[in-house]
Design a protein around this ligand. Structure first.
Ligand SMILES: Cc1cc2nc3c(=O)[nH]c(=O)nc-3n(C[C@H](O)[C@H](O)[C@H](O)COP(=O)(O)OP(=O)(O)OC[C@H]3O[C@@H](n4cnc5c(N)ncnc54)[C@H](O)[C@@H]3O)c2cc1C
Length: 512
């Protein structure tokens, strides 16, 4: 028999949905618009720009560079203004020799040649068709990103005596406990009004197989790592359910050698159009065109650029502090949009002990400590020499313990972050973690001066009140980027939003 306190209905439904109902859950979510497939139907067919028509694009992240790429093909004269000394925006990879500049600190990255950290985007789901399309078109080599690894671990301070457990064991255990419970309810007739007699028999048989139950329909043959109470009270089930989310499902990909290969591939097409080190300070428009004021961040000189139309991909956190001549409703939308935070920490280790000593090849080990998780590299398996693993990745707006970790780590100096990451990550690999450590690097997104956050964090209420106002064409100005999409915090959203914005802009420009 299983040692358990009966879960509430809500807990039970959530557990079943997480464990066995991904497809059903997905259908329901799709109806609600939460897990809709990408609307990408191929690149836009924009042709026939008026001769001499000019477009200014603000920001050289993926949204800005894609806009420039497609608008140039359509015949527009495009210029991009970019704050930083590099293109790519959040599409960013750091390697040995790079400098990371945050508000209040700089770090010199010391990784060995070939090693890297993707501080921002790092994985591409199979259904992000826009990203995958442009990777193919621009020749970006993709490799497998190991997302779910049954042999990686889950750790909770309050469960299983605080000892990390292999995901595969917890998953079997979890299924067993839930299956036993459901079988009990079925056999007690508690669900007789919900299932037919035939379906009840089938469901019992399914539960026996799914939950590895014995003849008496109890989970006696299983591993029994812990109790159902362990799973419920510590919310380990949320970690288990993570992989059921539509955007977290396999297959996943990553660009070989670093995520910035996508940005570099776009830059190969549009870099000649970009003015780097150019901080936009004011955006104005009238019936004749748009005018943008900027400061050269290297010389301090002020400058001005003008055009007929403008695509602005500057994140709302920064745009909200700039004088922008748009409607009050759009200004309100820009200012109403909060951003979440995230910290990623790369730890270079002397050798791949997680592979040689633990048989872990890619995937994530989760913990309820502030670091959130550690993740093992998907590239160069079996490689000799130093390798970089992801030593922390808390994420969100700080409304739960997991996302609070991002704020805790970003409040620390880079040195203290490394010490915290080493201490907390040691729970998974106590003998090796500190002993094999060579060097580390971190990015706290709330401290990156050109974005001051990680990604837009829409709520249902803020979307209802402001989304249409944010994305609508305003005279000669349109906004684009991750924050102007339903695919928040994905490159897919940045690209889709860009295609949508330039298609509408082209229609207006053609009609003007
Ligand atoms: C921690 C993290 C993890 C993520 N994980 C994933 C993932 O696994 N997969 C995925 O697909 N996506 C992921 N994303 C999301 C993805 O990075 C973004 O959706 C996408 O890169 C945003 O592109 P963008 O062009 O909209 O914005 P950005 O890339 O932010 O581009 C905006 C540009 O505007 C510039 N700018 C800012 N202010 C000014 C100014 N005043 N003047 C001129 N220019 C200015 C900036 O320097 C920047 O280059 C992640 C993001 C983060 C931060």
């Amino acid at each position: 028999m299983t040692d358990f306190t009966p879960p509430t209905r809500r807990q039970l439904l959530t557990m079943i949905g997480k464990a066995g109902g991904a497809a059903a859950l997905y259908q329901a979510m799709t109806v609600l618009g939460h897990a809709a497939e990408s609307q990408f139907r191929g690149p836009p067919q924009l042709t026939g720009a008026r001769p001499g028509a000019r477009v200014l694009v603000l920001g050289a992240g993926l949204a800005g560079m894609l806009a420039a790429y497609e608008l140039t093909k359509a015949g527009y004269a495009v210029q991009i203004l970019e704050f930083q000394d590099r293109t790519g925006g959040r599409n960013y990879t750091v390697r040995g020799g790079d400098t990371i500049t945050e508000l209040g600190s700089t770090q010199k990255v010391q990784f060995a040649p070939g090693n890297y950290l993707n501080p921002g985007p790092w994985r591409l789901p199979y259904h992000h068709r826009t990203v995958l399309h442009y990777c193919q078109e621009l020749g970006v080599e993709l490799e497998h990103f190991a997302q779910l690894n049954h042999n990686a671990m889950v750790h909770s301070k309050d469960a299983y005596g605080g000892k990390p457990q292999r995901y595969r064991d917890l998953y079997v255990d979890y299924k067993g406990h839930v299956a036993e419970l459901l079988a009990k309810a079925l056999n007690a007739g508690a669900l007789d009004t919900a299932v037919t007699v035939e379906d009840k028999a089938r469901l019992l048989e399914a539960m026996r197989e799914w939950g590895v139950l014995d003849k008496a329909m109890t989970y006696s043959k299983g591993l029994k790592v812990g109790t159902l109470r362990d799973t419920l009270q510590t919310k380990v089930w949320e970690t288990i359910g993570f992989y059921a989310d539509h955007t977290m499902q396999t297959t996943m990909f990553q660009p070989k050698g670093g995520m910035d290969h996508i940005g570099k591939a776009f830059a190969a097409k549009v870099a000649h159009l970009v003015r780097l080190n150019t901080r936009v300070t004011r955006i104005a428009q009238d019936h004749a065109g748009v005018t943008v004021n900027w400061t050269d961040t290297q010389t301090g000189a002020a400058g001005q650029s003008s055009a007929d139309w403008l695509v602005c991909t500057i994140p709302a956190t920064v745009l909200g502090q700039i004088d922008v001549q748009v409607s009050d409703a759009k200004k309100a939308a820009i200012r109403a949009l909060p951003y979440g935070n995230s910290v990623k920490i790369g730890l270079e280790m002397k050798r791949r002990f997680w592979e040689t000593d633990y048989a872990i090849y890619g995937g994530h080990s989760f913990t309820d400590q502030p670091i959130g998780l550690i993740s093992y590299p998907s590239g160069n398996w079996f490689g000799k020499g130093p390798a970089v693993l992801l030593g922390a990745y808390p994420f969100g707006t700080g409304d739960n313990p997991f996302s609070l970790g991002g704020y805790m780590l970003s409040a620390m100096s880079p040195e203290k972050r490394l010490a915290a990451a080493l201490e907390q990550g040691s729970v998974f690999h106590p003998a090796e973690y500190k002993a094999e450590f060579l060097s580390g690097a971190s990015v706290a997104w709330s401290r990156m001066p050109w974005i001051l956050g990680c990604c837009a964090a829409w709520t249902e209420d803020s979307r209802a009140a402001h989304y249409q106002n944010l994305v609508s064409l305003d005279g000669r100005v349109v906004l684009a980027g991750e924050h102007c999409s339903y695919y928040g915090c994905w490159q897919e959203g940045a690209l889709l939003s860009s295609l949508d914005a330039i298609t509408r802009l082209h229609q207006r420009a053609s009609a003007a």
